[in-house]
Design a protein around this ligand. Structure first.
Ligand code: PAF
Length: 288
């Protein structure tokens, strides 16, 4: 596996692979890899001639400086896992390499991310999705991937990236991959590494509640289901729901009743101590 630090090397590598007619799958990550990331890499390896993984903790998408400072970084371990997973190359650049004119200059380009960026994370993490769009569009413009892979744990992020791709006219297939969970149900996240042992024992209650809320929702209204989830999670000392929204999965607009959309998803953010965890669950899907 090739380790690439410089944009010029990345462009050379992509050019060579294209000359060999290899399709390219890109997996953008911020490192501290877990099995969720590796499932994206596995899929990119299976579906493309070359899978390129980016490892870059993007400062422009952190609205909280503490969150950026404490974000886990484990580059050597990540390289080993990616080589084992069959990635052809990893792009692990410096901030200067990604934003040669400075992050402030990059922020001058305001992306049209649609309504999907204005709800949930858009309210609680102002500027976050503009930062995500900055780095993802930069990666797309450098790599020009055929396909790019994202995990459904960040359900809203996928909708926002699809809007960004549409508004910027970027030709790439966005592939959404299912959430990977630990055996106790906790959605895998790089942030799980920041949980102490008591918090780690408590955190699976988030998914247990979401899971139990699905049969509950069959006999209760949207509002009652919302109250059930927030009430049960908040009843645990050490867990605090930041938001829980039940939304139309296609628009991310909140729904008031189950019949409003064939595809309804509950999106949650919970503070477990200081660690911010997100998860989601489908209540209705177009197939059932
Ligand atoms: O989902 C993430 O890890 C990040 O938001 C992404 C897409 C790699 C952009 O920095």
């Amino acid at each position: 596996m090739l380790i690439i630090r410089k944009v010029s090397e990345l462009l050379d590598y992509v050019g060579e692979r294209r000359q060999q007619n290899a399709s390219i799958g890109l997996v953008p990550t911020m490192g501290a890899l877990h099995k969720g990331h590796l499932s994206l890499v596995k899929r990119a390896v299976e579906e493309n001639g070359a899978a390129i993984v980016s490892l870059f903790v993007n400062p422009t998408q952190f609205n909280n400086p503490d969150d950026l400072a404490t974000y886990p970084r484990e580059e050597e371990r990540d390289f080993r896992l990616l080589a084992e997973a069959g990635a052809a190359a990893v792009f692990a650049p410096s901030v200067e390499e990604v934003y040669p004119d400075g992050a402030a200059r990059a922020a001058e380009h305001v992306f049209d991310l649609g309504r999907a960026a204005e709800v949930m994370e858009g309210i609680h993490r102002p500027g976050h999705f503009q930062g995500v769009a900055q780095v993802v569009s930069r990666l797309f413009n450098l790599v020009r991937p055929d396909r790019a892979y994202f995990g459904e744990k960040d359900f809203q992020q996928i909708a926002v990236i699809r809007n960004m791709v549409r508004s910027e006219g970027i030709d790439v297939d966005i592939v959404a991959c299912p959430i990977v969970r630990d055996s106790d149900g906790l959605a895998l996240s790089s942030r799980n590494a920041l949980l102490d042992s008591a918090q780690r024992a408590l955190a699976p209650e988030i998914y247990r509640t979401l899971r139990d809320s699905v049969p509950f929702s069959r006999t209760h209204t949207v509002e009652e289901t919302r109250d059930y989830v927030t009430g049960r999670i908040n009843s645990h000392d050490g867990l605090e729901v930041e938001y829980f929204e039940i939304v139309d999965a296609r628009t991310l607009e909140a729904v008031d009743n189950w019949e409003e959309s064939p595809w309804v998803v509950g999106c949650i953010t919970v503070y477990c101590g200081k660690v911010r965890l997100i998860d989601n669950i489908a209540y209705r899907t177009p197939n059932n």
